[in-house]
Design a protein around this ligand. Sequence first.
Ligand code: 8Y7
Length: 279
Amino acid sequence: MSPLRCGTRTLDLARPVVMGVLNVTPDSFSDGGHFFDLEDAVARGIELVEEGAAIIDIGGESTRPGARPVAAEEELRRVIPVVERLRPVTRAIISIDTSKPEVIRAAGAAGADLINDVWALREPGALEAALASGCAVCLMHMQGEPRTMQHSPHYRNVVGEVRQFLAARVEACRAAGISSERIVLDPGFGFGKTLEHNLALLRHLGELTTDAMPVLAGLSRKSMIGALTGRPPEGRLQGSVAAALIAAMNGARILRVHDVAATVDALKILDAVGYPTPR
Ligand code: 8Y7
């Protein structure tokens, strides 16, 4: 697997790496808005890196099921100061979880390296903003929109349809001038998917890309882990680590998680044993 080009940096993906979640929303379910304060957010970002995260994913708009959109000004106010504060103090990849062209541009200017867009740059102007930022991009599949996506997800062939969607978004990126060495693909676990859809995607993760583009898997604390273990979000660490490890064994190169240290440990075991399917 070749490295990912992120702005002026490169991210080595010879081994799977961890992306730590840094929520800067007042309503984020896993942190209860605790890290919304700027100082707290910066401290938590540094902590994620100390725990072994290669990437910090800063999100100012909640995209959990049922969530409502946030105005661009509010999102900028939440995330840009965090980027500005973290940039000089870490060499980790700084990722911004956003869909808005204004936020993409401002984040790029503030030194972010990766745009993590659950809308896969479908917002008008987002492709152009991402290109201009020089950042890498994570293209995620979602059926529907966050407010209603879990009402009645439906597919004839979930793996095929997700793969087709991602291939089309890669084409849109390439046509806009974003090269494939800057692209990450993501099936979007939980984004318009039933438990069965999520499990099928996890089983067949290796089929999502025929090219050399890395796959990101975000399973941490999600409702599928809750459905399988019967636990609330704060009790889903073990299930989440297991799911991340399975994703890595099935070819994922970036694991988006809340519990960085535990996931990093699990990946060390996998690395020592070796990969059943070399890729
Ligand atoms: C994902 C994500 C979320 C994911 C990517 C949550 C922002 C919901 N999930 N981004 N974001 N992939 N790329 O439960 O699966 O963390 S938010």
